[in-house]
Design a protein around this ligand. Structure first.
Ligand SMILES: *Cc1c(COP(=O)(O)O)cnc(C)c1O
Length: 427
């Protein structure tokens, strides 16, 4: 698979059927697996042999789909999880403990911001949020002796800021810590963060990867390039014996390529159990088979819609990194030359009332708190997800009250634009 292009990997990576075996990935809907002797099973528990014993830790269907995403990202190992939230939690908690510190871009998904700034803070992990557009000096100043990772999103949801991955990677590496990138919005079809120095990639597979609004899920991929042993004093969890696994030292036993995912599976999945069901993994794989075809259409539709909006007199502003007028156009071109994502945000003249009136008359785009699936959908945060906030708080959060977020699906862009035009006329 390694030498094939990404389109071929989307369809075929992760599973190669043998003679007479099912063409499609089989759903292994079984919690447990049978062995002839206790000794056979004991080897699995000791991580001496690879195999399956209980689907809370690993399941063959999930592993085949994880292997596909691993191939798409160009990584060395990967695992599926129950959600994107679980993926980001595991990705950080696998290498940061109570008393540690992590640097994150401030422009990230609201759920992740809450996970880091509130819930993981309660667990004793301190986060510093930095402006993604900060200078190298400002980024440098955020590091502390106990910093264990740097985190950011390729294209932030919902702010649509584009991260300068190389800037963040070089700062992280200078301090002997990995860069973790949430690549949900770009997908590996449009950006492969490992090619720009990222060490670990996470996904909410709920979005474009599943792509049909059918299954919540997450994934973590390891590039296999970060040298844990060279920074052993920072990562005792990977570089010293694990008492809960008979004294295994993950970085010694599984090397750079396997240690991180082995530990996250053997320890965190064992203890937290945020597994994806084989049924969901099957649906996710169906989505992955057409990811490359759909991303192209999502991006085309978003570009056409963004250009239409930019030229419309009732529109105050448009934010889409594919537009030449966009602050992130150059960065987007560097990291995502084939397109960014299908999400566009914009402001309607007349503020909150105009935005609400506009959305009420849309027919193709439905009102949903979701993004990134085949169906177009839109959201007015000020009157829904962010409705507890005052005008001042909304502006400070980068979600002004006139902001409408439109996730362009894969319908005809002509229908989508006609729908938007009609709704704007109705204001
Ligand atoms: C949706 C989303 C998440 C959270 O994923 P869930 O699957 O909803 O748990 C994380 N990061 C980004 C960028 C997202 O868009």
């Amino acid at each position: 698979m390694k030498n094939y292009e990404i389109e071929t990997k989307c369809v075929q990576a992760g599973y190669t059927p043998g003679n007479g075996e099912p063409r499609q990935i089989p759903i292994i809907q079984s919690t447990t697996f049978k062995y002839a002797t206790s000794e056979d099973m004991g080897k699995l528990f000791d991580l001496e042999a690879s195999g399956y014993f209980y689907s809370r830790l690993q399941n063959p269907t999930c592993d085949m789909v994880a292997a596909k995403i691993c191939a798409l990202e160009g990584g060395s190992a990967a695992m599926l999880l129950s959600s994107g939230q679980a993926a980001n939690f595991f990705a950080v908690f696998n290498i940061a403990n109570a008393g540690d510190h992590v640097i994150s871009s401030a422009s990230i998904y609201g759920g992740t911001f809450n996970l880091f700034g509130v819930t993981m803070k309660k667990m004793g992990i301190d986060f510093t949020f930095v402006d993604p557009d900060c200078t190298e000096e400002e980024l440098e100043a955020a590091f502390r002796p106990n910093t264990k990772a740097v985190f950011g999103e390729t294209i932030a949801n919902p702010a649509l800021t584009v991260l300068d991955i190389e800037k963040f990677a070089s700062a992280a590496h200078k301090h002997g810590v990995p860069l973790i990138i949430d690549n949900t919005f770009a997908t590996p079809v449009n950006c492969r963060p490992f090619e720009f120095g990222a060490d670990i990639v996470t996904h909410s597979t709920t979005k474009y990867m599943d792509g049909h609004g059918s299954a919540v899920g997450g994934c973590i991929v390891d590039s296999g390039k970060f040298d844990w042993m060279a920074n052993a004093e920072k990562f005792p969890g990977l570089c010293t014996p694990d008492d809960s696994y008979h004294g295994i030292t993950y970085a010694e036993k599984f090397g750079k390529e396997g240690a991180y995912i082995y530990k996250a599976t053997a320890q965190l999945m064992r203890d937290f159990g945020c597994t994806q069901s084989p049924q969901s993994a099957y649906l996710l794989n169906l989505g992955l088979e057409s990811l490359h075809v759909r991303m192209e259409r999502h991006c085309l539709n978003a570009m056409k819609v963004a250009e239409f909006l930019e030229a419309h007199e009732k529109i105050a502003w448009v934010n889409y990194p594919g537009l030449k007028s966009n602050k992130y156009y150059e960065l987007a071109n560097k990291y995502m030359p084939n397109g960014t994502c299908g999400v566009v945000s914009f402001g309607i003249k007349g503020g909150r009332a105009a935005a609400e009136a506009f959305m009420k008359s849309l027919k193709v785009a439905a009102i949903e708190t979701h993004v990134a699936d085949a169906h177009s959908c839109c959201l007015h945060p000020a009157s829904s997800t962010h409705r507890q906030m005052s005008e001042e708080e909304l502006t400070a959060a980068g979600v002004p009250s006139d902001l409408v977020r439109l996730s362009c699906g894969i319908e005809s862009y002509r229908d989508l634009i006609a729908d938007i035009e009609g709704a704007l006329n109705n204001i």
